[in-house]
Design a binder for this molecule. Structure first.
Ligand SMILES: Cc1cc2nc3c(=O)[nH]c(=O)nc-3n(C[C@H](O)[C@H](O)[C@H](O)COP(=O)(O)OP(=O)(O)OC[C@H]3O[C@@H](n4cnc5c(N)ncnc54)[C@H](O)[C@@H]3O)c2cc1C
Ligand code: FES
Ligand code: FES
Length: 496
C-alpha cells in the first residue's frame, strides 16, 4: 500500500483514501462518515469501548496480530498504512463471524449499542495466537505468591481471557451472557481470512502526510526528520498513541495545525538489553512492553495489567505516559523505584536525565520544546524485592488515587538499597527519600518496616480531591510498605 504520497488505509479489505482528513478528526468519526456506523460513540474518552475496532499491529516476532483499539481517540490520519477491521468486516447478517454468532445465540446483546465494540475486542482475543496455550481454570487462578490473579476470572476452557473485554462497558445486557459467548468460542478455521492480518508491513515506519483543511498530520521517516519538523513548526504537537491527546481533542477542544506522529519511529521503538541497563523505547505501547519484557522486570509486570484497559494499553505509549507529567500516571512511580533515566533527543543530540530530576512541577519537566523522549533506561541489576501498589476506586480501567513503586535490595538480611516512587501525593511523581533513608542499612524486619511506614505516611503533600482524601492517601502510603512485608517481603522470600 502506498502511503508516502497518497495516504491510504485498508478497511474491511477495501483501500480508502485519507487525503483531506484533518489531524483532529478521530478514526471513529471518519469511519462513521464513510457509512461504517457499527462502531459507536459512548464516551469519546476511551472509557466505554463502544468505538472499538481491530487494527493489524506488529506482534514483535516479525508478523502481525489484531489489536483492538479505541477509535474515538486515534486520529484517522494515524491509520495511514494500517489494516483495520470493524464489526461490519467480521461477518455479514447471512454469515456471522463466530463471535457475532455466539453473542447472538447466547443473548449477549440487548439494545446493541455496545455490541460492535464488544465484538471487536472479543474477535481480537479470538485470534490471539497463543490462546490455545493459555492456562485455564484453576491453573490460572493465582499468582506464584498465592495471591488472586489480576483477572476477574480465570480464562475460559478455550483460553479466552476476559481481561480482553475489560475496556468494554454494557449498560443493559449484564456480563454473564457475554462471558458465556466468549467461553463458547472455538478456534479460527484454517481458511479464516482474518486468521492472519493481510498487511505484512505493519512494523515499517510508513511515512505519510495527510493534509486537511484545518491542518496536517505528518508521520516522518525517522527521528532526524521528526526533530527537523519540530524545529520548523514550533506550534506542532507530537502525538504517539493519542490516548491522552485524543481526550483533549474530543472533550477539551484542543486543535493543532501541525501534528507529528511519532508512534512508528524505529528509533523510539527499540527494546534493548545491554549489560548495564535495559532500554525501553518511548513509542512502545504498554502492550508491546508487557509482551516484550515477558516478566523480566517484575515491577513493571505488576504495573502493566493494572494500567487502564487492553484497548488503551494497545495504543498508549511509555513515552506518552511520562511526557504528560501527570502526578497520577502509573509508570513514573514504578520507574522511579527502578532508578530509571529519561533519554531525551534534540537538535543538539541526546542527554540522559535521571527520572527523579526530570519533573519540575505540575505537568512540567526539564524537556525542552524541541526535544522528544527517545527511551527510558533502567539500570541493572534489578532489586530483588519489588512491588507496585495502585489504589483506585476500581480494580480495572481506573486512574490511581495513590500509586507506590517499591524496589529493595536486601543483602544478608539488611536493606542495602531502597528506592520508592510515589504518585498521587504531590504535584509531581516523586521519590520517598526520607523513607528510603529510614530503611537503608537497617535489618529487614517487621520493626524496621513499621517504623519506615510511619515515615512514608508523611511523604509528599497529598490533597483532598474526587479520587481520595489526603488522609486516605497517607494511610495508603503507610499500608503499602506493610503490605510488601506481609505479601512476601519476609526474609525467607527475599532474594538478595
Ligand atoms: C480511558 C483511559 C484510561 C487511562 N488509564 C491510565 C492509567 O491507568 N494509568 C496511567 O498512568 N495513565 C492512564 N491513562 C492516561 C494515558 O493513557 C497515558 O498517559 C498514556 O501512556 C499516554 O500515552 P500516549 O502515547 O497515548 O500519549 P499521547 O496522547 O500520544 O501524547 C500525550 C502527550 O505526550 C507527548 N508525547 C508523547 N510521546 C512523546 C515522546 N516520545 N516525547 C515527547 N513527548 C511525547 C505528546 O506530545 C502529548 O503532549 C488513561 C487514559 C485514558 C483515556
Ligand atoms: S467512545 Fe467510549 S471508548 Fe471510545
Ligand atoms: S446491549 Fe445495550 S449497552 Fe450493551
Amino acid at each position: 500500500m502506498e502511503t508516502g504520497t497518497a495516504p491510504q488505509v485498508r478497511v474491511n479489505g477495501e483501500v480508502l483514501d485519507l487525503e483531506g482528513t484533518d489531524p483532529c478528526t478521530n478514526a471513529l468519526d471518519w469511519l462513521r462518515s464513510r457509512g461504517l456506523t457499527g462502531a459507536k460513540e459512548g464516551c469519546a474518552e476511551g472509557e466505554c469501548g463502544a468505538c472499538a475496532v481491530m487494527v493489524a499491529r506488529p506482534d514483535g516476532v516479525g508478523g502481525t496480530h489484531w489489536a483492538a483499539v479505541n477509535a474515538c481517540l486515534a486520529p484517522a490520519a494515524s491509520l495511514a498504512g494500517r489494516e483495520v477491521v470493524t464489526a461490519e468486516g467480521l461477518g455479514t447478517p447471512e454469515h456471522l463471524h463466530p463471535v457475532q454468532s455466539e453473542m447472538a445465540v447466547r443473548g449477549g446483546s440487548q439494545c446493541g449499542y455496545c455490541t460492535p465494540g464488544f465484538v471487536c475486542s472479543m474477535a481480537a482475543e479470538y485470534y490471539r495466537a497463543d490462546r490455545r496455550a493459555t492456562p485455564t481454570g484453576a491453573d490460572a487462578g493465582a499468582d506464584d505468591a498465592g495471591a488472586p490473579s489480576p483477572a476477574h476470572e480465570a480464562p475460559g476452557p478455550n483460553g479466552f481471557d476476559l481481561v480482553a473485554i475489560s475496556g468494554n462497558l454494557c449498560r443493559c445486557t449484564g456480563y454473564r451472557p457475554i462471558r458465556d459467548a466468549a467461553f463458547a468460542l472455538g478456534f479460527p478455521a484454517v481458511d479464516d481470512p482474518l486468521a492472519t492480518p493481510a498487511e505484512a508491513t505493519s512494523s515499517a515506519p510508513a511515512p505519510c502526510r495527510v493534509e486537511g483543511a484545518a491542518g496536517s498530520y505528518v508521520r516522518p521517516t525517522d527521528l532526524a526528520e521528526a526533530l527537523r519538523l519540530l524545529g520548523e513548526h514550533p506550534d506542532a504537537v507530537l502525538v504517539a498513541g493519542s490516548t491522552d491527546w485524543g481526550v483533549d481533542v474530543n472533550l477539551r477542544g484542543s486543535r493543532a495545525p501541525f501534528v507529528i506522529g511519532i508512534d512508528r519511529l524505529p528509533e523510539l521503538r527499540a527494546l534493548e538489553r545491554a549489560p548495564q541497563h535495559l532500554e525501553l523505547g518511548a513509542a512502545l505501547t504498554l502492550a508491546e512492553l508487557e509482551r516484550g519484557l515477558a516478566g523480566e522486570v517484575p515491577l513493571l509486570a505488576a504495573v502493566l495489567p493494572q494500567f487502564a484497559s487492553p484497548l488503551i494499553r494497545n495504543t498508549a505509549t511509555v513515552g506518552g505516559n511520562l511526557a504528560t507529567g501527570s502526578p497520577i500516571g502509573d509508570l513514573a512511580p514504578a520507574l522511579l523505584a527502578l532508578e530509571a533515566s529519561v533519554v531525551l533527543e534534540g537538535p543538539a543530540g541526546s542527554r540522559v536525565v535521571p527520572l527523579d530530576t526530570h519533573f519540575t512541577g505540575y505537568r512540567s519537566s526539564v524537556r525542552r520544546p524541541d526535544e522528544v523522549i527517545r527511551s527510558l533506561r533502567v539500570p541493572l541489576p534489578l532489586a530483588g524485592l519489588t512491588a507496585f501498589h495502585k489504589v483506585a476506586k476500581r480494580r480495572f480501567d481506573d486512574i490511581s488515587g495513590v500509586a507506590v513503586g517499591l524496589a529493595l535490595h536486601v543483602e544478608d538480611g539488611v536493606v542495602a538499597r531502597a528506592r520508592i516512587g510515589v504518585g498521587g501525593v504531590a504535584a509531581t511523581p516523586l521519590r520517598a527519600t526520607s523513607t528510603e533513608a529510614a530503611l537503608e542499612g537497617r535489618p529487614w524486619t517487621e520493626q524496621t518496616v513499621r517504623a519506615a511506614a510511619a515515615v512514608l505516611r508523611e511523604e509528599g503533600t497529598p490533597i483532598d480531591d474526587h479520587r481520595a482524601s489526603a488522609a486516605y492517601r497517607r494511610a495508603m502510603l503507610a499500608a503499602s510498605l506493610v503490605r510488601l512485608w506481609a505479601e512476601g517481603g519476609a526474609p525467607e522470600a527475599v532474594h538478595a
